[in-house]
Design a protein around this ligand. Structure first.
Ligand code: OXD
Ligand code: MN
Length: 623
């Protein structure tokens, strides 16, 4: 399809205007076909960027190695350029939108010389769903086109839904590496290697995305974090829905009853694993709707319906094994794009904690350097063979655990929200909020503890990642909390408060004083999911405490070998821990949001503090 054939006048003008600025050798409108996908990979292999893996071991799969400057989301170069600084909030890098557009327009001038400009019409969510949104990305990277094919729905059907005047989010992307006549990439990942010259910019007032200089992941696949979270969170605020960094899972109990849960966990807490979990308890079943993002709208029955806006998984490879995530391993056994993994002599990929050592005598690491083949999958910190953020891009439809309704345009009704982080102390295995506002409070205090070894911060201090949205909320986090509060108020005003999802806080990561995990995690987490499931059916399986509703003794059957004392300490109130938690929230955490922090959250803090003081007095006999 040619630009001239585009029926949407605004889209046609937008493409032409950018082509004038970027000066590509040609413009191609993507049609989303398998033929187009194969063509992109052919281009990438012939320019030396992609390596075809051994078809006998991993059919239809490829490995890419990115530039060492371009291996992860560039948070310090990610901007929320709202008109007013206060609207971006302390959670974002703000810069003036007019100035930013001027700077970037200068950078974009001639940036696609010698390359093809691909125009990718894509739908986030099943095409035509009333919860889905359309984006159009222009890019000079065939790697981006191929990845977008997997991660979103691309092509003519999207243009059909867009019609002549439909709404789309314009997404501008360039890797910033024009080619001179006769020049080719010659196997070198093209990007702007100076991190300070990369820009991942969002204009929330006009719902636009401009990205320059990076070809990797969330910086370049603009449907994912940029559109489906940062811009979508702003659209959700403006239109009264929810765009969240949440997995969506389907759970079926032994009686065949089905419920759907959505869960927000900071990066590196095992979200993909949880969404594909294989329960250890007989009769229970977990299936996947999504592993990273949920878009949710209230429907006429008063319930909140969720879709997974993505069509694939962009997962972290290291740590993925048959043990940690059997279903993911099956999903990526074919038709998968790998980036920054090791390459074995057999022509397969390898990474740390894959479950086995490297076959053969040597291996190429993620930089393409020859290394002795490790006999085990343990790995050495700082000398990894796969980059710690090495990724797979794989179609969700290949996942053996995918639920048949994962593409239902109506979405699935959510019964429970789960929040959680890596907390070695204080936070119980599972805790149900006593009210919607209390649930918003729990979401707001989500975070993970930082070890002194990881960062130059005192061990045990908590890096808050509210709702796991800190890097992904496109506006002031105080206003975002308020949006959540308002969602609850609106449901109550419409007489649907009882239909709101129930809210839970879970923690798989408690440790003993020897730094050992107390809870086995993985498939055993289904025991907690089962407790939540029963709570959603109003089973009397809880005790009301100062911090929320905790499991009644005996209501979660402990995993084999778990000491009953450990189980009860995982499910009880650590009064002193919580007193320290409350003090931290009150003095160090909440004040950064100033007047934008909803007052009801401070009131929630007062109530919990009062309850804890009573408990403290009882425990110390000092009434
Ligand atoms: C992701 C992340 O890549 O949350 O999904 O960092
Ligand atoms: Mn994520």
């Amino acid at each position: 399809m040619r630009v001239e054939d585009l029926k949407h006048a605004k889209l046609k003008k937008w493409v032409k205007d950018w082509a004038k600025i970027m000066k590509p050798a040609a413009v191609e409108i993507c049609n989303g076909t398998k033929r187009e996908y194969d063509k992109m990979l052919k281009i990438l292999v012939s320019s030396g960027l992609g390596i075809k893996l051994n078809d006998k071991i991993r059919p239809g799969s490829y490995l890419f190695r990115s530039d060492p400057s371009d291996v992860a989301r560039a948070e310090s170069r990610t901007f929320i350029a709202s008109k007013k600084k206060v609207d971006a909030g302390p959670n974002n890098n703000w810069t003036d939108p007019d100035e930013l557009k001027k700077t970037m327009t200068d950078l974009f001038k001639g940036c696609m010389k010698g390359r093809i400009m691909y125009v990718i019409p894509f739908s986030m969510g099943p095409v035509g769903s009333d919860i889905a949104k359309i984006g159009v990305e222009i890019t000079d990277s065939p790697y981006v086109v191929a990845n977008m094919h997997i991660m979103t729905r691309v092509g003519k059907k999207v243009l059909d839904v867009l019609g002549t005047d439909g709404f789309f989010v314009p997404c501008v992307h360039s890797i910033a590496k024009p080619l001179a006549k006769g020049e080719s990439d010659g196997g070198k990942w093209p990007c702007e290697p100076d991190v300070q010259k990369k820009f991942i910019s969002h204009f929330p007032d006009t719902y636009e995305i401009w990205s320059y200089g990076s070809g990797y992941g969330g910086n370049a696949l603009l449907g994912k974090k940029c559109l489906a979270l940062r811009i979508a969170s702003v659209l959700a605020r403006d239109e009264g829905w929810l765009a969240e960094h949440m997995l969506i899972l389907k759970i079926t109990n032994p009686e065949g009853e089905v419920k759907y849960f959505a869960g927000a966990f900071p990066s590196a807490c095992g979200k993909t694993n949880l969404s594909m979990l294989i329960p250890t308890m007989p009769g229970w079943k977990v299936q996947t709707i999504g592993d990273d993002i949920a878009w949710m709208k209230f429907k006429e029955d008063g319930r909140l319906y969720a879709i997974n806006p993505e069509a694939g998984f962009f997962g972290v490879a290291p740590g993925t094994s048959d043990n940690s995530n059997f279903n993911a391993m099956k999903t990526i056994s074919h038709n998968t794009i790998f980036t920054n993994c090791g390459l074995t002599v057999d022509g397969d990929v390898w990474w740390e904690q894959i479950g086995y050592g490297v076959p053969g005598g040597e291996v190429l690491d993620w930089k393409g350097q020859r290394r002795p083949a490790p006999k085990t999958d343990k790995g050495v910190k700082g000398e990894e063979i796969a980059h710690v953020n090495a990724r797979f891009t794989t179609p969700a439809s290949q996942c053996p655990a995918i639920a048949p309704e994962w593409e239902d345009p109506n979405g699935v009704p959510i019964s429970a929200f789960m929040f959680g982080g890596r907390r070695a102390t204080t936070i119980p295995l599972v805790n149900q909020s006593k009210s919607w506002v209390h649930g918003v409070f729990l979401g707001s205090i989500t975070g993970s503890e930082i070890t002194a070894a990881a960062l130059d911060i005192a061990a045990g201090s908590v890096r808050r990642d509210p709702f796991a949205m800190l890097p992904f909320c496109g506006y002031n986090m105080g206003d975002y909390f308020n949006h959540w509060i308002k969602i609850g108020q609106k449901a109550a005003a419409e007489g649907h408060a009882d239909k709101l999802p129930k809210i839970f806080f879970v923690n798989w990561f408690r440790k003993d004083t020897f730094d050992h995990f107390l809870w086995p995690g993985y498939g055993e987490n289904a025991r907690v999911l089962a407790w939540i499931f029963n709570r959603c059916n109003d089973e009397e399986n809880y005790l009301e405490t100062a911090i929320g509703n905790l499991p009644k003794p005996g209501s979660i059957e402990p995993p084999e070998g778990l000491n009953p004392d450990v189980m009860s300490s995982l499910c009880s109130v650590d009064v002193e821990g919580w007193e320290a938690e409350i003090a931290d929230i009150r003095s160090d955490y909440y004040p950064q949001y100033g007047a934008r922090l909803p007052k009801v959250l401070y009131e929630e803090l007062d109530v919990i503090e009062g309850e804890l003081a009573k408990l403290h007095a009882i425990l110390t006999g000092n009434r």
